[in-house]
Write a protein that binds this ligand. Structure first.
Ligand code: XMP
Length: 310
């Protein structure tokens, strides 16, 4: 049986030993894994930690403010980095899903490396969990341990990585979050991919297209709060369809709504959402986002689909 109290005791001790008198930097996206990591390190070493929120322009509505507020409320020293322009720059001309993921990853680590250098910090804390390690080894996802591939060899540059959660699965991370007294909005948070809304804008990623999916996501999340499902989101397609707005023919955007139940994201079931909820979502999306003329609901399980479209 996993004992969160014991885990916290041991990891605080481990982190203090690893850090010594140095300073640590931690990239906090506001997700449960990175926030628990950040707070554990903060508990262990206090102001020797600086938590960084990188605003890549791809987060959900209100997310940058939420993360900064959460860090402040927790008393964690933090730095906000506005990197929106640079992130959109790397997506230019890219439509392939894997290329977009890779571009995001490189930009992310380069930005984090740059900040660490500016702050003269040589220890980076990461919220890697067991599932990430397993998926990386199997070649499913490779977003972790990528520093070396992009020229930030942790050893050569004297960087040290600490990953206090790397032996834990998500349900245990949530137990640790509760035990640490983190707010419910953190401990019970829906999974959200690292590359954020860039995975949910099919085709080219621009600020305008991200704004469309951001608004649709907000609507889906508001209307499905009570469902208790594993993941609820919206996806913007890279093709268009015909519709009618104000009595005129419009060739407009298509949004797909995806709502799934899952234990561990390895398999997932498309939720049988009550029809009135789907109709309300459609009505709001097509009226509140003028360019959208069509709203679809995805009824495909995983497998054969994946949860995300990219
Ligand atoms: P798929 O789409 O593979 O997603 O069924 C399984 C779970 O992983 C999340 N996901 C990602 N998370 N970086 C992440 O940090 C990624 O590149 C990525 N791709 C998918 C997805 O949201 C779901 O919870």
């Amino acid at each position: 049986m996993f004992d969160p109290q014991e885990f916290i005791r041991n990891s605080l001790k481990g982190i203090r030993e690893q850090v010594g008198n140095s300073e640590v930097i931690s990239a906090c996206s506001g997700g449960v894994d990175s926030t628990v990591t950040t707070f554990l390190v903060h508990k262990a070493v206090g102001n020797k930690l600086i938590a960084v929120f990188i605003d890549d322009g791809l987060r959900r509505e209100g997310e940058p403010e939420f993360v900064v507020r959460t860090l402040k409320n927790l008393g964690v020293r933090n730095r906000f980095v506005d990197a929106k322009k640079e992130f959109f720059e790397v997506f230019k001309g890219r439509t392939d899903a894997e290329e977009k993921r890779k571009a995001f990853r490189e930009k992310f680590y380069r930005t984090l490396g740059r900040i660490a250098k500016e702050e003269q910090i040589r220890i980076i804390a990461q919220g890697t969990i067991k599932a990430d390690v397993i998926e990386t080894v199997k070649g499913i996802k490779t977003q972790h341990n990528v520093l070396e591939q992009i020229g930030i060899n942790p050893e050569t540059y004297g960087y040290q990585i600490i990953e206090p959660l790397k032996e834990l699965f998500k349900p245990d991370v949530r137990k640790v979050a509760r035990e640490l007294g983190l707010p419910k909005e953190i401990s019970e948070r829906m999974p959200f991919p690292g590359p954020a809304l860039s995975l949910r804008v099919l085709g080219i990623v621009t600020p305008e297209r991200v704004a469309i999916v951001r608004k649709a996501t907000e609507i889906v999340e508001e209307e499905t709060k009570e469902l208790g499902t594993f993941q609820n989101f919206a996806v913007l397609h890279n093709d268009k369809a015909t519709g009618i707005k104000d009595g005129k023919r419009v060739y407009g955007n298509i949004i797909t709504v995806r709502i799934v139940d899952s234990e561990d994201a390895v398999t997932a079931i498309a939720k049988q959402v009550p029809y009135n909820i789907l109709m309300r979502i459609t009505k709001r999306i097509t009226t509140q986002i003028p360019s959208v003329v069509r709203c679809l609901y995805d009824i495909t399980n995983k497998p054969p689909s994946t949860i995300e479209f990219e």
